[in-house]
Design a binder for this molecule. Structure first.
Ligand SMILES: Cc1cc2nc3c(=O)[nH]c(=O)nc-3n(C[C@H](O)[C@H](O)[C@H](O)COP(=O)(O)O)c2cc1C
Length: 182
């Protein structure tokens, strides 16, 4: 699959086949995700994967603030990647103070790049994903036992697509870009 097709045809998948994705495949996907760029190459993104129905049910019951839409997707999922990041590193050099006005926002920025890289890698390997941001970070941390120095960035449900979703609309390129000369 070429890069342009991969970017354009990745969709958020919310209906999955009743077929497990083996752990080796998921390991390969994370191994590809590691190539995401990051602040200072600190590589703060972390991936905690669950693929048993009992834990996925706990995440559905307590991890999405009762948001029914996400509960229903989680019921379908064959696995969930809990994406997190190590706090307090991005935005600094050599462990000193933050060197930009965005301060620790850069760690969330890193987490976002890692998340999209993970979803694209999964898509390239034939695995569908859906990012979830309507979640309860604290409950999820508790369920999967995330250590203090890390925080949840997103849930990404995964599995083999039941059917490929139709394309979602995009803004016109002229509405989102401009060249300037000053
Ligand atoms: C940061 C972020 C949070 C999201 N949260 C949710 C969510 O909680 N539940 C959900 O079903 N989809 C969620 N999505 C998926 C978006 O709805 C989806 O990406 C968007 O509608 C475009 O569709 P596409 O991914 O198929 O191109 C989220 C996406 C992003 C990037």
């Amino acid at each position: 699959m070429d890069a342009i097709t991969m970017i354009k045809e990745r969709r958020s998948v919310r209906k999955f086949k009743n077929e497990k994705v083996d752990r080796e495949t998921m390991k390969e996907i994370v191994s590809i995700s590691r190539w995401a760029p990051s602040w200072g190459n600190f590589q703060v993104a972390r991936y905690t994967l669950v693929d048993d129905k009992k834990t996925i049910k706990k995440l559905a019951n307590d991890g999405v603030n009762g948001f029914v839409y996400n509960i229903n997707t989680l019921k379908e999922a064959q696995g969930v990647a809990i994406l997190s990041f190590v706090k307090g590193k991005s935005g600094k050099l050599d462990g000193g103070d933050y060197i930009t006005s965005k301060a620790n926002v850069w760690e969330v920025f890193d987490a976002g790049i890692a998340c999209q890289t993970f979803c694209l890698a999964a898509h390239a390997k034939g695995v569908g994903t859906c990012i979830m941001g309507a979640i309860s970070d604290e409950s999820i941390s508790e369920i999967v036992g995330l250590p203090e120095e890390k925080t949840v960035s997103a849930l990404v449900v995964y599995g083999y697509e039941e059917e490929h979703p139709a394309p979602t609309p995009r803004k016109d390129v002229d509405d989102i870009m401009r060249f300037v000369e000053v």
